[in-house]
Design a protein around this ligand. Structure first.
Ligand SMILES: C[S@@+](CC[C@H](N)C(=O)[O-])C[C@H]1O[C@@H](n2cnc3c(N)ncnc32)[C@H](O)[C@@H]1O
Length: 458
């Protein structure tokens, strides 16, 4: 998780002032001096302030920006000063809702200040969608500048009866919000995860045989639990690019890899069929009536798949139904060490739900970034190794849910599975044969993965 700079809280307070002071003030003025132009100006003012507030919150939630604030006090101060100016402009606009000339003047100042703020954010955030939004806000601000300047020229001096100004203000506000929300709707509305979009990025990370964690820790643990052999039929549920399926097939098992993402399945297939032992299918484990062709399996593996599902109930029931009596299901998931980790992680994690609110299943939004990306003090990006990965990764979001081990066990029990063994911290295999890297050493000192071996009673 990114460090939260103290000014972030102050900025929130500033923006709350925008809503808490200027809006009631504007409404109060409208009630006292009601007129049609005032009504239109007030509506435009309310819409503008809410839109600004929303835009600023999006920026405030940007981890890269918060990191930049932490790194650079001068930058944080500039950010604070500019936000203060924005708030003052709103307060003055509320004050001058009946003074057309001043209303327009403060709108122009507001747009100017916002342009500088936008440039500040753009200088430090590599997040693709946030950058897109900032660019659109810059364009909208410049357009608003031209619009109001032309308006002032047309109506110079600005008429005392300010119906024209109010209508112009409202028209600009509506245009602003329409462009903003149609252009940035992905950023604003799509909280759904992007496993399908990031299939290539994921494949870059895993490659044919899986990343170091899979090769040194997970695949040995999966093989140890399921003992793949030529007479076994194994289901790899949520197979991703198929690296686990390939390892099991290489040990002689017949494997069916399923994933809800068609692109993952396509990529998995591109690595071949493991000498005829692997087939892949697109299956959403949570879909009503989900099924896998070819009958039941001797064993099932779900490696970091259930934590990406919305609930444990549906996928566990499906997996239990796909397991032969006497068969085993091996479920791998991230444990507390992973979810509480704050640094040296390949991804930027942000809690969506507080622990209290979400009960057993806390949710985290993960912004996938390549391991090598760091923001330098100058604001430029350093990509130490994989340029391509950095291009692929920016802007991908997935939602991971953190359930307790007990919760997995209980939901498995409800699905008809008995818990055979729990490994709270999977340690690297003694003979993994993978060169020891910093990441592996760190992992060994604080293992972040857990597993549960379930059995289906015979
Ligand atoms: C973290 S990746 C793990 C991939 C693979 N098991 C591995 O360890 O390399 C999670 C995978 O689960 C898949 N997934 C998430 N929800 C799913 C669902 N409801 N049904 C099937 N697959 C799902 C995603 O598409 C993604 O490929």
């Amino acid at each position: 998780m990114a460090t939260q700079h103290p000014t972030r809280i102050v900025r929130f307070q500033l923006l709350s002032t925008l809503l808490g002071v200027s809006i009631p003030f504007a409404i109060d003025r409208l009630i006292k001096d009601y007129s049609e132009p005032m009504l239109i100006a007030t509506i435009a003012f309310l819409l503008t302030s809410l839109n600004f507030f929303h835009g600023k919150v999006v920026t405030l939630e940007n981890d890269d920006y918060n990191n930049a604030l932490t790194d650079r006090p001068a930058f944080a101060l500039a950010d604070y000063a500019l936000n203060l100016l924005v708030v003052l402009c709103f307060v003055f606009m509320a004050f001058y809702l009946d003074k057309p000339g001043r209303l327009v003047a403060f709108n122009l100042i507001l747009r100017g200040v916002d342009c500088v703020l936008v440039l500040l954010v753009m200088s430090v955030t590599p997040q693709r969608e946030v950058l897109r939004a900032q660019r659109s806000w810059l364009a909208i601000n410049l357009f608003a500048f031209a619009y109001f300047l032309i308006f002032l020229r047309l109506y110079s001096p600005v008429p005392e009866h300010h119906l024209a100004t109010s209508v112009a203000f409202l028209a600009m506000t509506v245009a602003d919000i329409s462009v903003d929300y149609s252009y940035n709707r992905h950023l604003y509305f799509s909280m759904s995860d992007t496993w399908d979009d990031m299939a290539h990025f994921w494949d870059d990370m895993q490659g044919r045989d899986g990343d170091i964690f899979r090769r040194a820790v997970l695949i040995p643990a999966i093989k140890g639990a399921l003992k793949p052999a030529p007479n076994l039929r194994i289901l790899d549920a949520g197979c991703g690019n198929g690296c686990v399926a390939r390892a099991l097939a290489a040990a002689g098992a017949t494997v069916v890899g399923v994933d809800k993402s068609p692109r993952h399945v396509e990529i998995a297939r591109s690595y071949g069929d493991g000498e005829g032992r692997i087939t892949y299918e697109v299956v959403d484990l949570e879909a009503e009536g989900a099924a896998v062709a070819g009958g039941q399996f001797d064993a099932v593996v779900a490696c970091f798949t259930l934590q990406d599902c919305c609930t444990l109930e549906k996928p566990l029931r499906l997996l239990a139904s796909l397991l032969k009596p006497g068969g085993h299901a091996f479920v791998v998931f991230e444990n507390d060490n992973s979810f509480n980790k704050t640094e040296e992680h390949s991804t930027t994690r942000r809690w969506i739900d507080s622990e209290k609110r979400a009960g057993k299943g806390r949710r985290q939004l993960i912004f996938w970034e390549p391991r090598s990306i760091r923001i330098s003090r100058g604001g430029a990006l350093h990509s130490e190794d994989d340029e391509l990965a950095s291009e692929w990764s920016r802007g991908f979001k997935t939602i991971t849910r953190h359930w307790s081990t007990e919760c997995y066990v209980e939901m498995g029990r409800r699905a008809g599975l008995t818990c055979v063994a729990v490994t709270k911290e999977i340690t690297p295999a003694p003979d993994h044969g993978v060169p020891i890297t910093r990441h592996l050493t760190q992992y060994a000192s604080q293992p972040r993965f857990s597993s549960i071996l379930f059995g289906r009673p015979a």
